[in-house]
Write a protein that binds this ligand. Structure first.
Ligand code: PLP
Length: 445
């Protein structure tokens, strides 16, 4: 798959900046998801600024933005109330004290009120850290060492969970019993002994793993909706079975709601699906674009932190900017009717796209919930990572992406990422997007 972003005059400044950046920044970017090998070939566009649902690049091109920083810009870029809260914090209060502040408990109360499964909550800076905390808590609480995780998910880049996102299927074991495959060299040998890798959306595989290894399993770690292999919905009954099987075996259920939390609704995916996990991890939806994350859940598990039995630390955890941003963001999200409007906009886009693809006769379908979705170019539904690897047409996705970005609609070039709709997208943004999509899809045939 090597169809280049058109090297026309439209993005020359980005090309130049990328060439310059590569001399001093490995790969020219500061995260894998922005790298050429993640789809941004021949170079990523360089941003000049963002406003609401729009991004302008350094050449002055304006894009309707469905990348949303890969999730955090849930209120759009530069949301006024969050910006004001952060500026006020910086100018009138300060940022880091290594002392607690009243605003932290205020934020914790808001999170606890929003998510019924969360009785107590601790903050961190990133989703990666929050997942690490959650798995550590689960091991400490159960006295067991292994974590079940699922092929194709992503839970951040820490050594313990950076496995089996992109396995080479040939060396990754049989479908129902995958073996851990590191996401690359540099992970300490032996870490994977503490993992059990399973196919997602497969109740029997989970039942069997728990039957054989249940006594060593501390937690089952999952996204409630798979958002790191495109978008894959849980099969009906799957999350319910997961809840029952884990509870019966004394295994903690950890929902990684880094993407879904505060996005599918104030109570996240667990609210939408009606499942109560033991621990949850939140990040991207929480901070309105500022680095803040949270791990929370059952009081008896979180109590391990209360007396120092389990240490969750960090110089920058709950720093003033993060807490001010999250407090302001949650206030915005809690405005009555906010999510109704978000779903209205999102559904207009998802349903509009679905119609365009249906009319085209292409083997494509739009999968997601509310403001998170992806287009799969495949015959029939995709239920798991291996399904996607074997059946999704990545070259077709690339052509779709290219047609859209060249016409001013921005989302990630990877078929395994998602499109995000923000509270700032307007009906007009959606209608422009749909008109462009119709034009692009007509050319895909
Ligand atoms: N968990 C999930 C489900 C994610 O999608 C991500 C990031 O994309 C993470 C964890 C890691 O979060 P962060 O990038 O904030 O470390």
């Amino acid at each position: 798959v090597n169809i280049a972003l058109k090297l026309d005059r439209r993005t020359l400044a980005s090309a130049q900046l990328f060439a310059d950046a590569q001399r001093v920044i490995p790969g020219g970017v500061n995260s894998t998801a922005r790298a050429t090998w993640s789809g941004w070939e021949p170079y990523p566009i360089f941003v000049a600024s963002g406003h609401g649902a729009h991004v302008v690049d350094v050449d002055g091109n304006d894009y309707v933005d469905y990348l949303l920083g890969l999730g955090p810009m849930i209120l759009g870029h530069r949301p006024a109330k969050v910006t004001r809260a952060v500026v006020r914090q910086i100018e009138e209060v300060g940022t880091v004290f290594a002392l607690p502040a009243a605003a932290e408990a205020e934020l914790a109360r808001k999170i606890v009120a929003a998510v019924p499964s969360v009785e107590m909550v601790r903050l961190s800076n990133t989703g990666t850290e929050a997942v690490l905390y959650a798995t550590r808590l689960a091991r400490a609480f159960t006295g067991r060492r292994r974590i079940v995780r699922f092929e194709g998910m992503y839970h951040g880049f820490s050594d313990a969970v950076y496995w089996s996102k992109h396995p080479d299927l040939a060396s990754a074991g049989p479908d129902e019993q995958p073996v851990p495959v590191a996401q690359g060299p540099g992970l300490p040998k032996g870490v994977e002994d503490n993992l059990l890798i399973l196919p997602w959306n497969d109740v029997e595989a989970l039942r069997e793993a728990i039957r054989v290894h249940g006594h060593e399993i501390a937690a089952v770690l999952t996204e409630p909706m798979m958002c790191n292999t495109g978008c894959i919905l849980p099969r009906p009954g799957y999350l319910e079975a997961m809840r029952e099987l884990t509870a019966a075996a004394g295994i903690l259920l950890i929902f990684d709601e880094v993407i879904t939390g505060f996005r599918l609704g104030l109570a996240g995916a667990q609210g939408v699906f009606g499942i109560t996990p033991d621990l949850s991890v939140f990040a991207k939806g929480l901070g309105g674009g500022f680095p803040v994350a949270a791990v929370g859940g059952r009081r008896d598990v979180m109590a391990l932190v209360s007396d120092g039995t389990v240490s969750l630390a960090g110089t920058y955890t709950a720093n003033g900017i993060a807490v001010a941003a999250a407090n302001a963001t949650l206030d915005e999200l809690a405005v009555p009717g906010a999510y109704d409007r978000l779903y209205e906009t999102s559904d207009r886009l998802r349903h509009g796209l679905a119609e365009i693809f249906a009319r085209s006769g292409l083997p494509a379908h739009v999968v997601g919930l509310g403001p998170v979705f992806q287009v799969w170019f495949a015959d029939g539904p995709i239920h798991s990572y291996r399904d996607a690897e074997r059946r999704a047409d990545q070259a077709m996705f690339r052509r779709w992406w290219l047609g859209m970005i060249e016409r001013g609609v921005l989302f990630h070039p990877g078929a395994y990422e998602n499109l995000f709709v923000s509270f700032a997208h307007t009906k007009a943004d959606i209608d422009v997007t749909l008109a462009i999509a119709a034009e692009v899809v007509a050319r895909l045939r």
